[in-house]
Design a protein around this ligand. Structure first.
Ligand code: CS2
Length: 514
């Protein structure tokens, strides 16, 4: 008699799917027939709560099983280690509260993740996957810092250690751009058709950014490869939106209890889902519209809307929230002064910079955004959003600042968001609790803060002059602020806010500019 495997004891596993509670959604297609149509680089929580959920809906609706996902981690083996024993199955928990404020949650086990690779462990396997005949799309969620993009020129940072390594060594690439180009090189040398390269990161023109970097890298490797990629592969821009807080051990325990078996890495998300993607797929795509995607001719206006409204507001709440002792976003927006200030920032300074989009009601968008932030079931950590500020400020806040300065419009509230980041970089909240700053430019930022203090001290007893020097030094940091450092109006207003934050704290400062 053949033994039926049930996987590791008590663990989510294909053999346990039929025994899950009836209210847990699960794959209704033959998982064993899935083909590896998509290679996704950066298989973290966001992709698993967004792209893969839309892909699951498409698989259910169309029965087209060419769109299984190969998930690649570019750094840590944690996702693979958690999901391999589950054969790639994992749970998505969608959480909000009912009208009475009681938390509610719906669970779905997603089945389209068919293989997990860890690039540092086996880079050749990742390159081989991209060069697999069944693969049609390579997608990415590698966060802003994963692109190795020079903040000033917008081009490839070729002295970035992983890029420098990947340019020199054809095998064993480490960077996302290196992995992609080596994968495309292998495809071309095997005579395989081109693929679509799709960035899902929070960058304006994310597809265009990816295209520039990939072509620059490929041009250094082989000009003919570069021409082939430029002519035959496509790089659609896209806007993605779903709040996905980091999974905690308490989430794992609660979800495991509902499933009746353990899930090593479930993901949490809000009910809201938005995805506008340019319909430029050279080798086909899943029917993602059934999972909530809109196919558009131009995604940039949607990206601008989302980055400036959702992410600009998020970063503002994060820096002010951390400093004022609000550990989660819902607690930050429950603070009346913060909520009012955020509402006015969105309405008065951000919304007027956005291009009109047919059918979009910005007031409703703003109201819905504040409701999303108030979701008490998400427990989205302000520190999680606060990380990588040097990468996030330019696309989220500084573009808006530039547009308004260019039109001679006031930037009082935007400048306060910028000052809140500088205030946060001090590393101690208003209750005196120190915290760790996570940022790829952490060392540069620490040096900068030190330089700012030294120049302030050198200015002697005049406190105002010292403050001006401090702020000028900080805003003179070109990788973040670019030319804004030489704009006296910007420097002056950020300086005033920073001084107020340091002297009176977040809430009193907000009260004063109400
Ligand atoms: C957040 C985003 O962590 C962050 O920086 O602002 O991840 C945000 O939750 C998503 O972009 C929402 O779509």
């Amino acid at each position: 008699m053949e033994l039926v495997s049930t996987g590791p004891p008590g663990r989510l596993h294909p053999d346990r799917l039929s025994g899950l509670p009836p209210d847990v959604a699960r794959p209704r297609y033959d998982r064993t027939a899935l083909r590896p149509g998509i290679v996704h680089l950066g298989i973290g929580a966001f992709a698993r709560a967004h792209l893969l959920v839309a892909t699951e809906a498409a698989l259910h609706a169309s029965g087209d099983l060419r769109w299984g996902v190969v998930g690649v981690s570019l750094r840590s083996p944690e996702t693979q280690e958690a999901l391999e024993p589950q054969r790639g199955l994992y749970t998505v928990a969608i959480r909000d509260a009912d009208a009475g404020g009681r938390p509610r949650e719906s669970l779905q086990v997603v089945g389209n993740l068919i293989e997990l690779l860890v690039a540092p462990r086996d880079p050749a396997a990742v390159v081989a996957r991209i060069a697999h005949p069944d693969v049609r799309i390579v997608s990415l969620t590698i966060t802003e810092k994963g692109y190795a993009r020079d903040p000033l020129s917008g081009g490839l940072q070729s002295d970035y250690p992983d890029i420098a390594h990947d340019l020199l060594h054809a095998s064993a690439p480490r960077s996302a751009i290196g992995v992609i180009v080596r994968g495309l090189q292998a495809r071309r040398s095997r005579g395989l058709p081109p693929v679509t390269l799709m960035s899902l990161d929070n960058l304006p023109g994310n597809g265009d950014v990816l295209r520039t970097l990939v072509l620059q890298f490929a041009g250094r490797v082989d000009p003919q490869l570069c021409e082939w990629i430029a002519a035959d592969c496509s790089f659609p821009n896209s806007m993605v939106d779903r709040i996905v807080p980091r999974t905690t051990d308490a989430d794992r325990a609660a979800i495991g209890a509902r499933l009746g078996c353990a899930d090593g890495w479930p993901v949490i998300g809000e009910p809201f889902f938005d995805w506008a993607v340019e319909d430029r797929f050279v080798a086909g795509r899943p029917e993602w519209q059934v999972g909530g995607a809109s196919f558009v001719t131009e995604a940039k206006p949607f990206e601008l809307l989302k980055l400036r409204m959702v992410n600009g507001a998020h970063s503002t709440l994060a820096y002010m929230g951390v400093m004022a002792g609000c550990a989660t976003v819902d607690r930050a927006v429950a603070e009346p002064h913060l909520r009012t200030a955020l509402d006015r920032l969105l309405r008065d300074e951000i919304a007027p910079t956005l291009p009109a989009l047919p059918g979009l009601d910005l007031d409703r968008y703003r109201d819905r955004l504040l409701t999303r932030f108030a979701n008490p079931a998400l427990k989205h950590g302000t520190q999680q959003i606060a990380m990588d500020g040097s990468q996030k400020l330019p696309p989220r806040l500084l573009g808006t600042v530039r547009d308004r300065l260019h039109s001679g419009l006031p930037i009082t509230r935007l400048a306060l968001s910028v000052a809140a980041w500088l205030y946060y970089l001090g590393g101690v909240d208003e209750a005196g609790q120190p915290f760790i700053i996570e940022d790829p430019l952490k060392k540069e930022l620490a040096d900068l803060l030190m330089r700012a203090e030294l120049s302030a001290a050198a200015a002697g007893a005049d406190a105002e002059q010292a403050q001006r020097l401090r702020v000028r030094t900080l805003i003179g940091f070109e990788p973040v602020f670019g030319d804004l450092g030489s704009n006296p109006a910007f420097v002056a207003v950020v300086g005033r806010h920073l001084q107020s934050l340091r002297q009176h704290g977040v809430i009193s400062t907000l009260r004063a500019i109400a």
